[in-house]
Ligand binder design. Structure first.
Ligand code: NAD
Length: 352
């Protein structure tokens, strides 16, 4: 049954990591290493079942292959999940045991932070293996990736504005930004600096107040964000917010934000295209974070990181060109760009 799964997704290797003494149950999935070692974060989550954990790690690791490929990185895709509650199940032993498993893969998998994991956990993993990014800056880490993700999102937006309106005058357009967390608030700041009209919403009132007071944004209700008269809808909170219920309400001509998995499914991606809305594929737009940590592998350099973020503009432009040339929606064009790059590297044919 497991190999059937691996056939479907095209994985190279899946490692089940077990250490009874420290209560470690983890799965590391290496999807594809054609472009280089598999880079992807470790998620800690109290999964309802082991099957759910396996499904999640297979899906997420495959996503990393595509994200890293489109980002132009010489890195493959992988991901790890630790089954457990981040609020109660963390211990030094757990993370060090996990680090030993990462080390045992000899660099085929490089880990990083993801949901439920913070830099202090990564420090413990780092004691057992060098194949880890997202450690403290004193160890050559790159710190919080969110400002880079926001800057990368701005590069994606510039490419989208150019494609849709033939200019990059950010300040001439209006924006509906959903989610004012680490990335969202930085993105609002970049928009405000360029003189843009910005509508914002967040479940956290303090964050909304900050966007209003510091950046002159206009607050709207949580549900109202889908109805505002904005040129660009920018999801920066949850996934799946572009769906059957919300899409008919959107007035935006562009969807461009940092959230992962914005389209609830591919059919919605087709519908977005049909309605003439330009969708800037999420994993191409929000690659700033992974680009930033990728630089830790060779020794982190902030200047290089900023230059790298700017390649997001070109990646998006290429995706829009493929979409037009091949007559496919942009979400599909992004996948094609990734697959083309991997196939050009030639060593392994992905099941497409
Ligand atoms: P975060 O947790 O700091 O912020 C998320 C914000 O969304 C919070 O302020 C939260 O209150 C708000 N929110 C939650 N539900 C909401 C709702 N229904 N309506 C409005 N607001 C809501 O997360 P983040 O690091 O800013 O990441 C935002 C998104 O970008 C996530 O989808 C994340 O996966 C993705 N992303 C982040 C990075 C990064 O560098 N942090 C990189 C790539 C992708």
């Amino acid at each position: 049954m497991i190999f059937e799964h691996l056939d479907t997704y095209g994985h190279e290797q899946v490692v089940f990591c077990h250490n009874k003494d420290v209560g470690l149950k983890a799965i590391i999935a290496i999807h594809n290493t054609v472009l280089g070692p598999a880079l992807g974060g470790t998620r800690m989550w109290p999964y309802d079942s082991e099957q759910d954990a396996l499904n999640d790690v297979l899906r997420l690791s495959r996503g990393m292959t595509y994200k890293n490929a489109v980002a132009g990185l010489n890195l493959g895709g992988g991901k790890a999940v630790i089954i457990g509650d981040p609020a109660s199940d963390k211990s030094e032993g757990l993370f060090r045991a996990f680090g030993q498993f990462v080390e045992s893969l000899g660099g085929r998998y490089i880990t990083a932070e993801d949901v439920g994991i913070d830099v202090n956990d990564m420090e413990l993993v780092y004691r057992e293996t060098q194949f880890v990014t997202g450690v403290h800056q004193v160890h050559g880490g790159s710190g919080d990736p969110s400002p880079f993700t926001a800057y990368g999102t701005m590069q994606g937006l510039l490419a989208a504005l150019n494609r849709k309106f033939g200019n990059e005058d950010v300040g001439n357009y209006s924006y509906a930004v959903q989610g004012l967390g680490h990335v969202g608030i930085e993105f609002v700041k970049l928009l405000a600096e360029r003189g843009a009209k910005v509508f914002v919403t967040d479940i956290n009132k303090d964050r909304v107040a900050r966007a209003v007071d510091e950046y002159g944004a206009e607050a709207v209700g949580l549900d109202e964000i889908y109805d505002v008269n904005a040129d660009v809808y920018s999801p920066c909170a949850l996934g799946g917010t572009v769906n059957e219920q919300t899409l008919p309400r959107l007035k935006a001509k562009i969807i461009c934000g940092a959230a992962n998995n914005q389209l609830v499914n591919n059919a919605i991606g087709d519908e977005v295209e049909k309605r003439g809305i330009l969708y800037a594929p999420d994993y191409a737009v929000n690659a700033g974070g992974v680009m930033n940590i990728s630089l830790e592998i060779d020794g982190y350099n902030r200047e290089r990181a900023m230059r790298m973020m700017r390649t997001i503009y070109h990646n998006l432009t290429r995706i829009f060109e493929i979409s037009e040339r091949e007559g496919v929606p942009t979400y599909m064009a992004a996948d094609r760009l990734a697959e083309e790059r991997i196939q050009t590297m030639g060593k392994l044919k992905l099941p497409l």
